[in-house]
Design a protein around this ligand. Structure first.
Ligand code: ADP
Length: 172
């Protein structure tokens, strides 16, 4: 075992690193990822040292696209961004953040409906996990109309949803 002074030094280094390293989690169903999600992600990259885009697996919500497909698309879209990682998780988002030593929870807002919903979730999260801070960005206006449920509807009915999606996401 290293001497006490070395262990103390390592401990101090670890604490300093964890305090200065800014890791955020961007959770969602990404079913599929849209240009709206991408807009929030790209604008957040300068704010954090690392962002984990985290696909929540929710048994109550039957996704249109399988988890592996959604992760593969996300990994393709995020590959140009070295500080972005892609993962999936089950259970509480706040637990996933703690397990991954992330102190920030990233969300996007399109309109008043999203705002009310995100405010409720953010305030409840603050009660449950006071050390987890929710950061909410308003989408750039040109992406405010994009909802993944409408994208799913277009795809389901054989329409062309490419105007709403990153170029890496196609259904051929
Ligand atoms: P959706 O609400 O489209 O089903 P998710 O559950 O994957 O999407 O949402 C993940 C996060 O991305 C949420 O905070 C959601 O409000 C945000 N988001 C989704 N679409 C957009 C968009 N067009 N512009 C900005 N934020 C968005």
């Amino acid at each position: 075992m290293p001497p006490l002074w070395a262990r103390s030094f390592q401990f101090i280094q670890k604490v300093m690193k964890s305090q200065s390293f800014k890791r955020a989690v961007f959770p969602g169903s990404f079913d599929p990822m849209t240009l709206g999600h991408l807009n929030i992600l790209k604008r957040s990259i300068p704010l954090f040292d690392e962002i984990i885009v985290a696909v929540g697996v929710n048994d109550a919500k039957a996704p249109m696209f399988p988890l592996e497909k959604r992760l593969a698309w996300l990994r393709d879209v995020c590959s140009p961004f070295p500080s972005v990682r892609v993962k999936s998780f089950e259970g509480l988002t706040s637990s996933f953040c703690l397990e991954n030593e992330a102190s920030w929870l990233l969300r996007g807002v399109r309109n008043g409906g999203d705002f009310e919903y995100e405010r409720t979730i953010a305030q409840m999260t603050q009660v449950l996990e006071p050390n987890l801070e929710t950061v909410i960005l308003f989408t750039d206006p040109e992406y405010a109309h994009i909802h993944s449920n409408v994208v799913r509807e277009v795809v389901r009915n054989g329409g062309d949803a490419s105007a709403f999606l990153p170029s890496e996401i196609n259904f051929s």
